[in-house]
Ligand binder design. Structure first.
Ligand SMILES: [Zn+2]
Length: 253
């Protein structure tokens, strides 16, 4: 689309869908306004130097993404696993830094098979590393399992796996509450359930009850499926490096 044409249109965010339409349009596209050209250039944005700032954010984001791809053990592991599963990842084709709704840090777009890193919300290396790992798990599941993102149970399953292998392990499970060695397992499971439920809610127009029910239906199976990372990573341990080392042993190279 030419720039003149883009300027003619005024960007109005589409309404948040509460139920999937008959085309099966389910994804929170409005959370990612740069996707599918929902966002248009405007004179006001240019005058306010907003676009200059966005370019800077993008540059910063791309630099950190590149660093993570080179150095982050889990991102490396996932890169290898994707390659071994027949879905090699190409930095330019599959990863995209974009402006997003303030409520999200990243996303996976199964239609375009692309990972979005939200440059306005994910600004530090540690966060970008976990966003990449999380979204690469979705990419892996999509590649490996013929995942149907329109199926609520499939979506719940991949969100359980992503929360299990990333967020709840090295971000918050044990910061969140009073996890002692006696209730750690339960706390971890609760964290995974809650995170997965929230992710399902963010991606799909369903009620919290429907999201919770989907998570419960598939929980045991998906919680125990730890491919390709193979273990729940504990924070500040050598677990990430161990996982990377073992992945080589198990044929992800
Ligand atoms: Zn997710």
């Amino acid at each position: 689309m030419s720039e003149e044409k883009q300027e003619e249109k005024i960007y109005t965010p589409p309404p948040r869908k509460t139920i999937p339409d008959d085309q099966g349009e389910l994804w929170g596209h409005d959370l990612y306004p740069e996707r599918r050209k929902l966002k248009q250039k405007s004179v006001v944005n240019t005058l306010m130097m907003k676009e200059g700032k966005e370019e800077l954010d993008r540059y910063h984001c791309e630099k950190l993404v590149y660093k993570c791809v080179k150095k982050h053990p889990l991102v490396q592991l996932m890169t290898r696993a994707l390659k071994s599963s027949g879905c090699p990842i190409d930095l330019r084709r599959h990863l995209s830094c974009e402006e997003c709704d303030p409520s999200v840090t990243g996303g996976y777009d199964p239609e375009l098979n692309q990972i979005v890193i939200c440059q306005n919300n994910s600004k530090i290396e540690g966060i970008i590393g976990s966003v990449l790992t999380h979204e690469m798990i979705h990419m892996f599941d999509y590649c490996r399992n013929n995942l149907d993102f329109k199926n609520l149970d499939h979506l719940a399953c991949t969100e359980i796996r992503a929360a299990n292998l990333t967020y709840c392990s090295f971000m918050s499970a044990f910061v969140d509450g009073d996890a002692s060695p006696f209730n750690m397992k339960k706390k971890h499971q609760e964290c995974v359930k809650r995170r997965a439920m929230l992710s399902v809610l963010a991606a799909r127009g369903v009620t919290p009850q429907e999201a919770t029910a989907a998570v419960e239906r598939v929980f045991t199976r998906c919680y125990n499926d730890m491919e390709p990372i193979g273990r729940r990573i504990k924070r500040n341990t050598g677990d990430m490096d161990k996982a990377l080392y073992e992945a080589t042993l198990f044929g992800y190279d």
